[in-house]
Design a protein around this ligand. Structure first.
Ligand SMILES: [Zn+2]
Ligand SMILES: [Zn+2]
Length: 340
């Protein structure tokens, strides 16, 4: 088969690769669509595998079953596979925090979806990390289920409510997803970003306010929008420590602040902890999604309620993965989906 193989940081070659076999109790997919995620770009352009190359990344996978050894799927069915299979038995899983599973079967330990074929073993199936697409679902749009899962979990966990103001720092795909989900829950939504280019991508989603932080102080802008109160919920969805500070400054008293985006490894952020103390802020770190949230996000992604088609700004052949990375990095594309 053909695959986009990583040979080192930013060295990705579209080349021949052995076909994966169907493991006992598992199934093999012919990949129909695979999303390119921010984390893929980070992994593909840094020494993410610590020298252990070649490797195939790609974790937002939708494909058609071409070989099966499980009673769950028949040939020809279309399946979305979540990249992490939670054990559902460890202490964290039993506490409902599947995203912190200590026995997780992680996609990075297997060859990924930037290829024509991929196979999954019995563990994947048994742990409920695979979902069948209803007849007629567009695989390109079903790919959105994966990036939707962690944002869905975040908005559910902080319980965004009707009439609240939710401010999001960062206008990447994650920021826009968070805003769209908040809107679905009836909130007033604001996105701020330092890049006018990225903000442009958020324009057609009906966000109430878009703030260009390169020309406007986002903290003051939020105060103005909320009549001086500050936002009920603020989510920092970008890799900048200074945005985490702005988030704390623009939250209302007793408001909630979420650190969604990770900052560069080893960076220490300084915060004005008196603001947290005197304003009674809740700071919540968000990562991943629990198992039921993964399933609910999938159902939402393929429903008419969610504008999946609007998110996918580019569909490219897998052979053009390097161009896809550039389009995403430069902010020209919101979401690129690749087709092997
Ligand atoms: Zn992803
Ligand atoms: Zn577990």
């Amino acid at each position: 088969m053909k695959a986009a193989v990583m040979h080192g940081p930013s060295d990705i070659r579209y080349e021949d690769w052995p076909d994966p076999l169907c493991p006992p109790g598992g199934f093999r997919l012919k990949i129909e669509a695979v999303g390119l995620c921010g984390s893929d770009i980070r992994n593909l352009t840094t020494d993410s595998k610590k020298g252990a190359y070649p490797h195939i990344y790609g974790h937002e996978v939708v494909g058609q079953v071409v070989e099966t050894d499980t009673g769950k799927y028949r040939l020809g069915e279309h399946v979305y596979v979540y990249p992490a299979a939670h054990c559902l038995k460890c202490e964290n899983c039993r506490a409902g925090h599947h995203e912190q599973c200590t026995e997780v079967d992680e996609y990075t330990d297997h060859p990924g979806g930037f290829a024509e074929y991929i196979s999954y073993d019995a563990t994947r199936v048994e742990r409920g990390a695979t979902f069948e697409l209803p007849e007629g679902t567009d695989p390109v749009l079903a790919v959105m289920a994966e990036p939707l899962s962690s944002t869905y979990a975040c908005i559910e966990n902080i319980d965004v409510q009707l009439g609240e103001t939710v401010a999001i720092l960062g206008s990447g795909p994650v920021g826009v997803l968070l805003a769209v989900l908040s809107k679905l829950r009836g909130a007033h939504t604001v996105i701020a970003d330092v890049s006018g280019e990225r903000l442009k991508l958020a324009e057609d989603f009906g966000i109430d306010h878009l703030i260009d932080s390169s020309t406007l102080d986002p903290v003051e802008a939020i105060r103005e929008i909320t009549g001086g109160r500050g936002a009920d919920k603020v989510i920092s969805a970008n890799p900048s420590p200074s945005a985490q500070n702005q988030a704390i400054e623009m939250a209302k008293k007793s408001g909630t602040v979420v650190f969604f985006g990770g900052i560069p490894k080893g960076t220490l952020a300084q915060i004005d902890s008196n603001l947290v103390h005197y304003n009674g802020l809740w700071i919540y770190g968000h990562y991943g999604a629990n198992s039921p949230q993964v399933e609910k996000a999938f159902q939402l992604a393929i429903s008419d309620q969610f504008p999946a088609a609007q998110f996918v700004t580019h569909v490219l052949p897998l052979s053009e993965i390097n161009q896809a990375i550039e389009l995403t990095r430069s902010g020209q594309a919101l979401k690129v989906v690749l087709k092997p």
